[in-house]
Ligand binder design. Structure first.
Ligand code: IMP
Ligand code: MG
Length: 208
């Protein structure tokens, strides 16, 4: 029997899930995520007015956050995607970033909002801001659902931050563990990292 048919994803109960033999516990509920996404979307709408920004979603992880965020940005806006190399099945970053898919839109002279699921070391964000800048957009801002501030090694401006979290491995709501778990509606962390000192806090929003 092929290993690819093994059960890697098991929903236990309302609070716990096991993925690839590791137990995860609910950390940010769908309701909390929706509430915060609404706050970010309303600020983005207020900041851009009739400038018709293009949301640039970073595949794969950002697709669920982007879909929810875009519906909270109730002004004229567009969407496009790019894809960077990922971590593979590991829980730690390799530190190497490459572009696997470029944006299709003509972004020259346009206002861009890069939408990420999470900024960890910041290397992906640094790479893609440099890459997008070469096309001379009118502006680039960044919206990220999560920021591991203590893990960030490079200086990247993050304008709309959903939550700041400690250096925790998270899964769900688009974020994966070896491609598994993206379809969980809530965000989970490893059970043994569940600690009052690891509680998420709202991140900063910098109005434009
Ligand atoms: P960075 O380049 O180290 O900032 O990594 C950013 C990318 O790594 C994100 O877009 C995610 O796809 C992935 N990533 C970082 N931390 C996690 C995590 O805790 N769970 C799942 N994916 C993560
Ligand atoms: Mg990502």
């Amino acid at each position: 029997m092929s290993g690819s048919h093994e059960a890697v994803f098991l929903v236990h109960d309302d609070q716990t899930v096991t993925i690839r033999g590791e137990r995860f516990r609910k950390y940010l509920t769908a309701e909390t995520l929706a509430q915060r996404t609404r706050e970010l979307g309303q600020q983005i709408a207020a900041d851009y007015g009739d400038e018709k920004p293009i949301l640039i979603g970073v595949l794969n992880g950002a697709f669920i956050f982007l879909a929810d965020l875009m519906r909270e940005i109730q002004i004229d806006c567009e969407v496009d995607f790019l894809k960077l190399s990922s971590y593979g099945a590991s829980k730690i970053t390799s530190g190497k970033v490459t572009e696997l898919k470029a944006v299709d839109a003509d972004i020259t002279g346009r206002h861009l909002i890069v939408v990420e699921d999470i900024v960890d070391t910041g290397l992906s964000m640094q790479f893609l801001i440099e890459r997008l800048s070469k096309e001379n957009p009118a502006s680039i801002r960044v919206a990220t659902l999560l920021h591991k501030a203590e893990a960030t090694r490079v200086d990247v401006p993050l304008d709309y931050v959903g939550f700041r979290i400690r250096n925790l491995f998270v899964v769900g709501y688009g974020l994966d563990y070896g491609q598994v778990g993206r379809n969980l509606a809530d965000i989970y962390i490893l059970e043994d990292q569940m600690d009052p000192g690891n509680a998420p806090e709202k991140g900063p929003i910098t109005p434009r």
